[in-house]
Design a binder for this molecule. Sequence first.
Ligand SMILES: Cc1cc2nc3c(=O)[nH]c(=O)nc-3n(C[C@H](O)[C@H](O)[C@H](O)COP(=O)(O)OP(=O)(O)OC[C@H]3O[C@@H](n4cnc5c(N)ncnc54)[C@H](O)[C@@H]3O)c2cc1C
Length: 455
Amino acid sequence: MANFDLVILGGGSGGYACALRAAQLGLQVVLIEKDKLGGTCLHRGCIPTKALLHAGEIADNTRHAAEFGVKADFHAIDMAGVNSYKDGVISKLHKGLQGLVKSRNITYVEGAGKLVAKDTVEVNGQRYTGKNVVLATGSYAKSLPGLEIDGKQIMTSDHAMHLDYVPKSVIVLGGGVIGCEFASVWKSFGAEVTIIEALPHLIALEDESSSKQLERAFRKRGINFELGTRFKSATKSATGVTVTLEDGKNFNADVLLVAVGRGPTSANLGYEAQGIKMDRGYVLVDDKCRTNIPGIWAVGDLIPTLQLAHVGFAEGILVAEEIAGLKPRAINYDGVPRVTYSEPEVASVGLTTAAAKAKGHDVVELNYDLAGNGKAQILKTAGSIKLVAAKNGPVLGIHMVGARVGELLAEAQLIFNWQAEAFDVAPLIHAHPTLSEAMGEAHLALAGKPLHAHG
Ligand SMILES: Cc1cc2nc3c(=O)[nH]c(=O)nc-3n(C[C@H](O)[C@H](O)[C@H](O)COP(=O)(O)OP(=O)(O)OC[C@H]3O[C@@H](n4cnc5c(N)ncnc54)[C@H](O)[C@@H]3O)c2cc1C
C-alpha cells in the first residue's frame, strides 16, 4: 500500500490541476482516473464544443462572404472533416496534458476508484493511502423523469459531440449555456433548431438584458425557442421525436438534445459511508474546499459551486496550496468570468443588476451599444457592454453580448476583482480599432465623459 501526501480521485479539470500544483510544491501525489486524463472539459465539454462552434463560424462566414466582398460558395458540412479537426485538437491537448503529469512525477493510476476509508481509495484491488484525499469525480448529464436517453434519437451532449451527420431538425431541451451552444452550432451547420426552456429566458442566470439580446439575435438567425413552458413528454417514432409541453403544444424533430443541467458524480463511491456531508449528491465544503471530514477535500463539479473548468482549476490549486501550508485566499465566486460561446457570445463577471440590488447596493447602469465601436462594425456584429456599478463606487458587474466578447473578460474581470471605479478605468488607453475599446468607452461614459456614445 503506497503512502502519499495527496490521493486524488478523478483526473478532470479540478483533479489534475490539484495534482500539478501539489507536485510543483513538492508533495507526493497519486492521481486516479477511470477514463481519460482531462475529464469532461477536454473530451466531452469545453474543447470539443468550441471546435464545433468554430467550424460553425466558418460555415456562417462562408455563407455571408459576399457581404464582405468575397466570392465563396457554401456547399455543405462534412461531419467527418469537422470531427477529425475537433478530435485532432483534443488529441494534441490530451498528449500535452499526459506529458505534463508525467514530467511532474505524479503517480497516475488508471481505473475506477472508491473511497474505502477516510484516507484510502481502492482501485483495481489496490489501496492508495494519503494524508489527504481530494475528491474530484465531476458530473454527468442529467435527464428528466420519463425521458429515456438512447444516444441516437434522444441524446445528451456526450452523444451530440460525436454525431457523424447533421440532423435536419433538432429540439434542444434546456436553454442554458450548453443548450444554447449546441443550438448555435446546429443552426450554423444548417439544421432547423427549436429550444424549449421552462424559465422565462434563455441563459436565465445571466443579466436579463443579456438574455434578451441573445434571444433577439437567435430570432434573427432563425433559431426558434419556446420559453416559460415545461416539458411533459417525448415520444419516438421511425421518423423522429415528438415533444409535448405541459401547455399541450407539440414539436417534431429528427433528434432531441437533453440539456437540462449536470448532476454530481458521487453515487456508490463511498462518500456517504465515510460520513461526508452531502446535499442532493453534491459534496459540501467550506470556503477552502474542506469537507466535514478532516483530510478529505472536494473540488470541481462535484461541489455546489459554478460548474466551469476554470473554477475546477482554481479550486484544485487552492486545495494543493492549502495542504502545502501556503494559506491561499478563498475564491470569490462572483469574480469568476462566465461565457456562453454561441453566436453571438454572451460574457459576464460580477453581479447582475437584480443581484446587486438584492445585496442592497444603490445601483447605476450604463449600456454601451457596440454600434459605436469600429471593430464591431467591421465584424458586422451587434451587442453591447452593460456596466452595473455602485453609485459613487466600484463596478459591480460587467455584462456583454456580441461576437468575440468572451475575449474582453480578461479586462472585465480585472476591473471587477480589483474593485475599480469608472474613473480608474476611463483614463486607460485602449487600442483602436479593437472590441476592447468598447470597454474603455463604456467606462468613459460611466465617468461622465462619453466619446463615441450617442444619447
Ligand atoms: C458540453 C459541455 C461544454 C462545456 N463547456 C465549458 C466551457 O466552455 N468552459 C468551461 O469552463 N466549462 C465548460 N464545461 C464544464 C466543464 O467541462 C466542467 O466544469 C469541468 O470539466 C469540471 O471538472 P471536474 O474536474 O470537476 O470534473 P470532470 O471534468 O467531469 O472530471 C471528473 C473525472 O473524474 C473521473 N471519475 C469519475 N468517477 C471516478 C472514479 N470512481 N474513479 C476514477 N475516476 C473517476 C471521470 O472519468 C472524469 O474524468 C462544459 C461542460 C459540458 C458538458
